[in-house]
Design a protein. Sequence first.
Length: 257
Amino acid sequence: MPISITLIGGPTALIEIDGFRLLTDPTFDAPGAYQLPHVKLEKTIGPALKADAIGPVDAVLLSHDQHSDNLDNSGREFLKHAKRVLTTEAGAGRLGGHVEGLAPWSTAHLKDGDGNSLTITATPARHGPAGIEPLLGDVIGFVVSSSRTDTSPVYISGDTTWFDGVAEVARRFKCGVVLPFAGAAQTRGPFHLTMDTNDTIETARAFPDAMIVPVHTEGWAHFRQNGEDLRKTFDVLGFGPRLRLLEPGVPTVVEAP
């Protein structure tokens, strides 16, 4: 079955799959400067939809909680009203309340009243080059698998670069839709903290049966690449038909190629 994805902005997207509604990394604050302990981030584009326009969601899939470009003040408020919030084990400890922590490869389950269910598997992520963990903390991605046999799994990378953990996800799951967190984010050094064009191409090669639907490409000054960079790269290398760029605020039906 096809799924619908609505890009809200940055890493925030509403995913509607088999009657379930999932929201990734909620960021609803207005443009402006946001001071973190070691760096100031500048948001250049506001969300396409406000938090109160999203409506109820069955779960928030939060890759990590420590950076305002993945969880801002409005996003934290949104978490309080979400039925389920899944994130890293360390993040669940910091956020408290009803937030659930998942280690890589552990699972959570969502069920509806008609007997349909989703299995959410936490996946490894590395927020930059090897050795970055003490600086930026833990991150996870997610694979969403449906109990319906005609719905392909969906992979949401979270803030990560291409590394062995992403390759292992591709070995374990035959995903029909992949949402890489791209944008080649760069803050404290000449290295990328999220996928650049090369990483996104590697991801497309690793998931040969998937439509690639990038998020995290626009809206912040520390993003060094955008959707147009991805489009040019995919076209040159012959992957163009498998790239789907989303227009913010527009629900878009996405099917495996």
